[in-house]
Design a protein around this ligand. Sequence first.
Ligand code: S3P
Length: 168
Amino acid sequence: MDDRNIILVGMMATGKSTVGAILAEELDYELVDLDAVITGREGRSIADIFAEGGEQAFRSIESAVLQEMLQGERKVISTGGGAVLAPGNAEVMLEHGFVVALTASEDTIIERVSGDENRPLLAGNAANRVRSIMEQRREAYRFAHCTVDTTELNVAEVSQYILLRYRA
Ligand code: S3P
């Protein structure tokens, strides 16, 4: 039996948290939502961490929590969209599990994040911010073992596809 962790990476609003919850339930694995672990431990929101220490402070907490959470087996780990950015994080994810990148078209992401107040990187003109972040991260998610474009799929379809690939 395959006990490898499943690690979900990808741009904001590609469904990592929702799909992660479905996979964890199906597999009876522990669900780890990295952003939730960070805010729980810090006792403050992601927006507050960014406001008080800047993006760098958030990234170093994120990398430390990621490395800790990757230890062990039988976990589904949903990461924040920028968890792939710090040097070394991609390698450590590949070492500790099956890495799945979720993608979606730019328009889909813009539509999904509209009205969202909880993502500090999208403050201001969210559509422009999404476009520029997607451009900056064009290559950032390519390291994954498998990639799923969620644009035309619902969360159940995405989860089933991941399970097929994981068990293959
Ligand atoms: C971020 C994505 C967010 C969160 C933080 C930064 C990013 O998570 O970690 O706001 O850099 O893409 P989601 O991908 O779950 O929105």
